[in-house]
Design a protein around this ligand. Sequence first.
Ligand code: GRF
Length: 191
Amino acid sequence: MKTCRLVILFSGEGSNMESIIHALHGKEFNDKRIEISAVITNNPDANGINRAKRLGIQCEVLNHRDFETREEFDSALCKLILTYSPSITILAGFMRILTPVFTSQIRALNIHPSLLPLFKGAHAIRESFDSCMKVAGVSVHFVSEELDSGAIVAQEAISKIDGEDFLSFKERIHALEHSLYPAAILKVLET
Ligand code: GRF
C-alpha cells in the first residue's frame, strides 16, 4: 500500500480544507492510503486553524507579513511544504498571488468558484451571480504562473434558479466545491 501525503494551504474559513480532510484523510483508495500531513496558513487569524486543531491535523502558520517580498515568502513556504514531501499540494482558499519561486518548485492544485476561464480573480462568485449566464460552477486546476489559468482537472456546473438570492447561490457553489475537490484530487493521484 502506497501512502500519498498531501499538504493543504488555506487563508480563511477553511471549509474546503475540512471537507478534503473528511473525505480523504486516513482513507484507502485502490492501492493508496491518503494522509493529510499538514495544513499551512499565511493568516494567523484564520478560522481554519480552529478547524484543523479540532480535526487533529498539524497546522503551521507562516505569516506573509513577516517577509519583505513575495519571493521571500514563497521561498520560505516552499521550504516548509517540502519538509512534508507531499505527492501534491492543495490550495484551498489560499489568497496569495504566487510567484515563479513557488510555481517552479511545487506541483499544486487550486479550486476556483467559477467555470474557468470565466470570472478569474477574487470576486468570482459575485461576478458569476451578476452575469447573464444561466449556469455557474466550480473548477479545479493545476497552479501555474498566471492566476487561475493552469490546466483544468475537473469542472462542474449548476443551473441558476430564477429569483435565488446571492447567499443561497453562494452556498450552492460552496457545497459543489466540497464534493468536487476531493474527487478531483483522487483523479489526479490516480494518473
Ligand atoms: C472558496 O470559494 C474557494 O474557491 C476560493 O475561496 C473560498 C475559500 O473558502 N478560492 P474556504 O476557506 O475553503 O471556506
